[in-house]
Ligand binder design. Structure first.
Ligand SMILES: Cc1ncc(COP(=O)(O)O)c(C=O)c1O
Length: 391
């Protein structure tokens, strides 16, 4: 008999009942150090007092009105996002997947309105992940996600990650946009080098196509800048955001330049819940933290500390670990042993990490993690690696 919950997830046998900072408490009382943060979502830790306050204040006043009316919290968050980024305008969604839907629609509508309805192609890269909607799975293109779900949304061109020659050949008169994660998350924490992001920007400018960044996982201070692309000094035309921006409350956004958004006129897009007062009240509180230069400096300091300690850990377990990669507090350990075994051994040591493709375990701690918790994480991973190595 089918379970009453549609069985699409392979869930670990833990049930968390409380969260505080970098810690999750299991129903049986055990406390786990959370280096997954709900897959890069709880950017300011669990039950962050400022976020709890923002949410409960708003919950006591008004939950939902719909986008038929003015929503001041939404306006405030759009103003904060545009003040701190390349963007001129923002549309709010409830998830990263919905942000992908709009990013694709926006790029195509842009060219349609410019008198180029033939420009519908979106170039994407192997190992990418953009969500599980029809556009999201067609964009990423991996068989694991698309098999059996055809016919797929047409118009996506899939290239090998890092294949510059293929990219130059693939751009043609039907290309609308290039869509890329500045740091691939699900694909195994693979940062796109700054010079490649710059090269993409140049190519898009030269050929007159739109550049879309998916910063759903790598954005919102995760890499030590407000958005990951800032390290490269270039900006996209359209950007997808989600996860960290809501700190655990479902919230996403598409940010765009005035030019790129020019096709999205009255009635061309909408959402019942997107940008609701609860999500946006929390989003404003998140933005107030992550735009503080002192906060970002701390993320960078702790990222350097964690990376240095991980190098030592990897050197101590050459049979289990291969190397560390990533940016800021978006770190991946490429494993020699099975990444699933390492994640599982971590559970026994009361530490949560997240597997990714390419036999990587992801470390995506709350950005508020303390130095002592970093030390604790290293000793737990050390014990987990010893258990895997001995097995
Ligand atoms: C880079 C990227 N894009 C899009 C998504 C989809 O976001 P959501 O699960 O919020 O729909 C994810 C989720 O993991 C992601 O990592």
């Amino acid at each position: 008999m089918i379970p009453t919950l549609l069985p699409t997830y392979a869930r670990a046998p833990m049930t968390f009942v409380k969260g505080e900072g970098s810690w999750l408490t299991e129903a049986d009382g055990r406390r786990f150090l959370d280096l997954g943060a709900g897959i890069a979502v709880n950017a300011l830790g669990h039950a962050n007092p400022a976020l709890v306050q923002a949410l409960t204040d708003q919950a006591g006043a008004l939950w939902h009105t719909s986008n038929l009316y003015q929503i001041p919290q939404q306006q405030a968050l759009a103003d904060k996002l545009t003040e701190h980024t390349f963007a001129d305008t923002v549309f709010f969604t409830n998830s990263g997947t919905e942000a992908c839907e709009l990013a694709v629609k926006m790029a195509r509508k842009y060219w349609y309105d410019k008198g180029h309805p033939e420009k519908t192609g979106i170039i994407t890269f192997s190992g990418s992940f953009h969500g599980r909607s029809s556009a999201g799975i067609a964009a990423a293109g991996s068989e694991k996600m698309t098999k059996g779900f055809g016919p797929l949304l047409p118009g996506f061109v899939h290239l090998e990650f890092g294949d510059h020659d293929a990219l130059n050949l693939a751009v043609d008169d039907t290309t609308a946009a290039i869509l890329i994660e500045p740091v691939q998350g699900e694909g195994g924490i693979r940062p796109v080098p700054d010079q490649c992001l710059k090269g993409l920007r140049d190519l898009c400018d030269e050929k007159g196509i739109l550049l879309i960044f998916d910063e759903v996982q790598c954005g919102v201070a995760r890499t030590g800048r407000l958005f990951a692309h800032e390290w490269s000094g270039i900006t996209p035309d359209i950007m997808m955001v989600a996860k960290g921006i809501g700190g655990g409350f479902p919230l996403g956004a598409v940010l765009a330049t005035e030019e790129a958004a020019s096709g999205m006129t009255l009635g061309t897009h909408g959402s019942t819940y997107g940008g609701n007062p609860l999500g946006c009240a929390v989003g404003c509180a998140v933005m107030d933290h992550v735009t503080d230069p002192d906060f970002l400096a701390e993320v960078n300091r702790k990222a350097a500390l964690m990376r240095q300690k991980l190098e030592g850990l990897i050197a101590a377990h050459p049979d289990v670990f291969d190397s560390v990669r990533g940016s800021g507090l978006m770190l991946g350990i490429k494993c020699r042993a099975s990444n699933a075994d390492v994640v599982k051994a971590g559970y026994d040591q009361l530490i949560l990490t997240v597997p990714a493709a390419d036999n990587v375990i992801r470390l995506l701690p709350p950005l508020t993690i303390t130095d002592a918790e970093i030390d604790g994480a290293i000793s737990r991973l050390d014990a987990a690696a010893s258990a895997v190595g001995a097995a």
